[in-house]
Design a binder for this molecule. Structure first.
Ligand SMILES: *Cc1c(COP(=O)(O)O)cnc(C)c1O
Length: 461
């Protein structure tokens, strides 16, 4: 019998959904079914399988938005069919995109946002590729103009960078120079930077909201260190700020931290609209302080969409709806609303860190004071036969997804567990997580041997 489609002999449309072919029998998993299925049947099969995924709201591994207001949901379904690249056909979406990055340029204190340039992307990864490419291309131009070799570009960054920077270096053939973190220098902070940069350094990446811990890197201190290096060697090295999460947090709740275009050395900044920009995945942004920091030669002009449309990005087609959702949030929340939302998330992260500390079993790495993230490790005198990986598995059985993972290079013997607090994790829900941690710890203590788990739980973003 053929699988996965409705037999023409059966009164298929009348069959109750779970007794139809496709439901009562098996769909092939890895070969294309031979025939069609009823839409209801296909829907039910896909819907049901997705049901086995974790609950997005309880997924504290991710920084990415899992809750928006109903009005945003309506806007989303109205706009799912819009392709962002069709700028001539959807001029309003294109205009809204420009308004959004212009607002970000202002939020990040560009000297003259009208002279900045930026674009939306599919996420911070693409935004970082573009930021990195502009750094590389400008370094090449300077070197060529001076008759110097462009063979060996390098990029300096913390060993705790997000994987997108390793991808950038790999895909675009730039040598990554990782500055290890240590217990004394938990972030890239400018210390010893002169040992890493040289004439082939295209730039330094500073992270606002390190993925592993949620900590801010002191961009000002990094900038000062580069000033000192310039004084000594003449090398003028730009900074790209990876603000995937922090660039949409710091302006609202830590306005005194100087990390953005107020620092002249900061050439470009990216953020994930779908993280603390409060939009569903996938949208990112990258903005350059001034248009001439983005080499013209990276911009393509295409005519086949009607008009002569500049395109700059790795992707061509991608969803336009997220751009409208970002604009929705900007109008809906404004500066005050974002401040309120991010403050509330920070308060929940602090509450979570305090409660975890009070269990007296964990040392806190980050308590939500930077981005709203709480991270902890087991106390040094922990002598029970269970690990944070076991705790993570236990929490999973209660629906909570709270990953444990090793710290990067040079600190890999330290395991941390991290909870990312996002809009939608209420204080009340967080209380439920604290209860789950408390109960799980009690259960683990009572077990002679911990239950077997995977070597480690996947570490996202
Ligand atoms: C999440 C993250 C990225 C990647 O962002 P995507 O939007 O997921 O592509 C890059 N850098 C940092 C610091 C991040 O937290």
């Amino acid at each position: 019998m053929r699988h996965g489609y409705e037999s023409p002999e059966e009164p298929v449309g009348l069959n109750p959904v779970f007794s139809r072919a496709g439901e009562a029998t098996e769909f092939p998993r890895f070969t294309l079914p031979e025939g069609e299925s009823l839409p209801d049947t296909a829907f039910q099969v896909v819907h049901d399988e997705a049901m086995l995924d974790g609950n997005a709201r309880l997924n504290l591994a991710t920084f990415v938005g899992t809750w928006m207001e109903d009005q945003a949901g309506r806007l989303y379904s109205e706009a799912v069919d819009k392709n962002i690249v069709d700028k001539d056909e959807y001029p309003q979406t294109a205009a809204i995109e420009t308004r959004c990055w212009r607002m970000l340029a202002g939020l990040w204190n560009a000297p003259d946002p009208a002279k900045s340039i930026g674009t939306s992307t599919i996420g911070s990864s693409e935004a970082c590729m573009l930021g990195g490419l502009a750094l590389k291309r400008r370094w090449q131009q300077r070197r060529r103009a001076a008759g110097l070799s462009t063979e060996k570009p390098n990029l300096v960054m913390s060993a705790a960078v997000q994987v997108c920077w390793e991808k950038f270096c790999n895909y675009f053939e730039v040598e990554p120079r990782f500055v290890p973190i240590s217990l004394d220098h938990k972030t890239l902070d400018g210390d010893g930077l002169d040992g890493y940069v040289d004439e082939n350094t295209i730039g330094v990446v500073a992270i606002m909201g390190v993925t592993y811990t949620g900590m801010y890197e002191p961009v000002q201190a990094i900038s000062d260190a580069l000033d000192a290096i310039q004084k000594k060697t003449g090398l003028d090295i730009p900074i790209h700020v990876d603000g995937a999460s922090g660039a949409m947090v710091a302006p609202f709740i830590q306005p005194d931290i100087v990390w953005d275009f107020r620092l002249e050395r900061v050439a470009s900044i990216n953020t994930s609209g779908h993280k603390y920009g409060l939009v569903y995945p996938g949208i990112g942004w990258v903005v350059w302080r001034e248009a001439d920091l983005l080499p013209e030669e990276l911009i393509f002009k295409v005519s086949y969409l009607g008009g002569s449309m500049p395109t700059f990005g790795i992707n061509f087609s991608r969803p336009g709806a997220q751009v409208l959702l970002q604009y929705y949030q900007f109008l809906r929340l404004g500066f005050d609303g974002y401040t309120r939302v991010q403050s509330a998330s920070r308060d929940v992260a602090r509450y979570l860190a305090d409660e975890v500390r009070a269990l007296d079993r964990f040392d806190i790495w980050t308590d939500g004071s930077d981005i709203p993230v709480a991270a902890w490790q087991l106390k040094a005198d922990h002598d029970e036969p269970w690990t944070l990986y076991d705790l993570s598995m236990r929490l999973r059985t209660r629906g909570w997804l709270v990953p444990a993972y090793p710290m990067p290079e040079a600190l890999t013997d330290v395991t941390v567990q991290r909870a990312v607090v996002r809009n939608g994790l209420s204080r009340d829900l967080a209380g439920g997580l604290v209860d789950a941690i408390r109960t799980s710890v009690q259960e683990l203590d009572q077990l002679k041997a911990p239950m077997p788990g995977p070597e480690r739980v996947a570490f996202h973003h």
